[in-house]
Design a protein around this ligand. Structure first.
Ligand code: 13P
Ligand code: SF4
Length: 298
């Protein structure tokens, strides 16, 4: 019933619904477009529709709002935050920059607009390596807030990064034993993990990729079973795209409680009221836009 109301109202109001790959199956099913954080922000910018309901966490909707100041970006629950994003503050980042004058600041999009405004260039899990590789070798790099993504990038780029000590609580919920057990239970399976997992989990994996990269990899791979080391709803997303393959969560407890705050009820209310609209103060948006646009160019 509520799903039909959402679909009817969406059509009537000419609104596009964008949803992150970690959204619940109910939200994924009513979305017009699904994607990773980078793809969704870009898409929000290029879509014809002026009103977009963004089903994801606040930093993602903020990034879309910063890139598309002329559009109305609505988030069904602005309290859908990201604990990782809150592990770095603009003040603390300014302090670190003072200690490393001349360092280039690379910030993961999982950060607030205020922190992005203190940043030279943003990155996502999809392009963090390219972003770091684009910086001349003689430059120091401050990388935050995710230390796991940072150490994976450092190992791939073969250079030292000054790492912020942040992490995602959801991506701490994987264990070496469970992954080994699943490998045994599904011989020939491929273990894919998100770069937000700790290095010891990366060491157990076959592939490290963001959510968009996992979708691409699963499509190109000859394997038919994949152990998925990221938020649990990603398996529904993969299973919908590739119904002939098998996707097993590496931990059924890896649930992002903030992504979960976006419910069909709140989505329906947003469609009805066209609110709450995401706003970012002009000066902060302008400074943050420069860091995001540099990333998008890469
Ligand atoms: P992706 O950009 O890979 O979709 O990841 C976003 C995120 O929040 C991971 O926890
Ligand atoms: Fe933030 Fe982790 Fe949730 Fe991603 S999964 S939105 S990093 S808390």
């Amino acid at each position: 019933m509520i799903i039909k109301q959402i679909l009817d109202l969406k059509k009537k109001k000419g609104v596009s619904i964008l949803a992150h790959n970690y959204q619940s199956p109910e939200i994924q099913d009513v979305a017009d477009h699904l994607g990773d954080s980078l793809a969704l922000s870009r898409l929000a910018h290029h879509l014809d529709t002026d009103i977009i309901i963004f089903c994801g966490v606040l930093f993602m909707a903020e990034t879309a709002a910063i890139l598309s100041p002329d559009k109305k970006i609505i988030i069904p629950d602005p309290a859908a935050g990201c604990p990782l994003a809150d592990m770095i503050t603009p003040d603390a980042l300014r302090q670190l920059k003072k200690k490393h004058p001349g360092a280039i600041v690379v910030t993961y999009v999982n950060s607030t607009a205020e922190v992005k405004a203190e940043t030279d260039i943003c990155c996502t899990s999809a392009n963090a390596l390219e972003v770091v590789n684009s910086i001349p070798n003689d430059k120091e790099i401050i990388f935050g807030p995710d230390k796991n993504l940072g150490s994976w990038v450092a190992s791939q780029a073969k250079r030292d990064l000054i790492l912020w000590n942040g992490f995602c609580v959801v991506h701490q919920l994987f264990s070496i034993e469970k992954i080994r057990e699943l490998r045994k239970a599904y011989p020939g399976s491929v273990v894919m993990v998100h770069p937000e997992v700790p290095p010891e989990i990366v060491a157990e994996s076959d592939i490290v990729a963001g959510t968009g990269g996992m979708i691409r990899f699963a499509g190109e791979s000859d394997a038919d079973t994949f152990i998925v080391g990221t938020e649990v709803n990603m398996t529904y997303r993969l299973q919908t795209i590739y119904p002939e393959k098998n996707f097993i969560p590496a931990s059924s407890g890896a649930i992002c409680r903030n992504m979960e705050k976006i419910t069909p009820e709140k989505l329906l209310r947003s469609l009805d009221t066209l609110s709450p609209v995401v706003t970012v103060p002009g000066d902060i948006a302008e400074a943050a836009r420069s860091a995001i646009e540099k990333m998008v160019k890469i």
